[in-house]
Ligand binder design. Sequence first.
Ligand code: XMP
Length: 315
Amino acid sequence: MNDPKQFVAQAIDKLRAAVPGPAVVAASGGIDSTAAAVLAERALGDRAHAIFVDTGLLRAGEVERVDRLFRQSGLAYRRVEASEQFLNALRGVRDPERKRRRIGAEFVHVFDAQARELGTDRLVQGTIAPDWIESGGALRDTIKTHHNVGGIPKGSRLVLVEPLRDLYKDEVRAVARELGIPEAERQPFPGPGLAVRVEGAVDRERLRRARVANAVVEEEIDRAVAARELERPWQYFAVLLEAKTVGVTGDNRVHGDAVSVRVVDSVDAMTATAVPVPAAVLARIAQRITRELPGEVVRVLYDVTDKPPATIEWE
Ligand code: XMP
């Protein structure tokens, strides 16, 4: 992509050609799908129906944040509450790839139902190049099946329309700025949400711990950025590990959870480097996580691995 303005004009033409009637638009509040949704609204007007799915796998405050973002972007949307459905689909599933596939399938069920209601088969989604490249689309081994590229399963009539398919993240950000989407610099958040930040099996309790730990990392890094202790990193989050570890609270020995903190810099998510976060910031993060999850999380680790060999997310 050379010029974002030109890209937007061409994407609108292509969307009009690809969508004859109404379309369901998958809108997670992430930068990719928000850019795709605003393009769809510009191309199709009232025929674009943006759907935000509350999967129960969202970060703290996400529903409110997304509502604000969509309002500021002038995007009308419908919120579908589906957390029970997603948690049921994930029950007992430990393998990261199976988790992603189950989540992908649940999204398709939700969008299928919406499409039937609207009498359409078109689904606009914000798939970008690294999603399908890392999912094995370019003659490489599958690194991760991104939740939005599992393909449309048999039994669904949905036809995918993907206006951002050839763009990388930095290009999507340029397009988002061109479209007037606020917070275009917001950090990426994976479509499968906290499900891939809870190592192994996912349940409400473990999700709650991952949610609290993620919120602490975001708040403390944001605060450190505001205080100029470090430059704003590309992505920063916490992962609840499967390992159990011994700790002490008061006079008691507890067998609790461990959390790994990950802060990386990247340009396009294809490679990344671990950020040397100042020790004082890491210490505050560790204190707050263990204080806000007393007896539950008793150890906080910092991940110093680059991508490659690690990926950005643990799963
Ligand atoms: P990895 O972990 O593969 O992540 O190095 C690269 C970037 O992609 C995000 N990510 C995902 N995004 N669906 C998404 O929409 C997914 O299944 C998924 N897995 C990882 C990750 O947060 C990072 O920004």
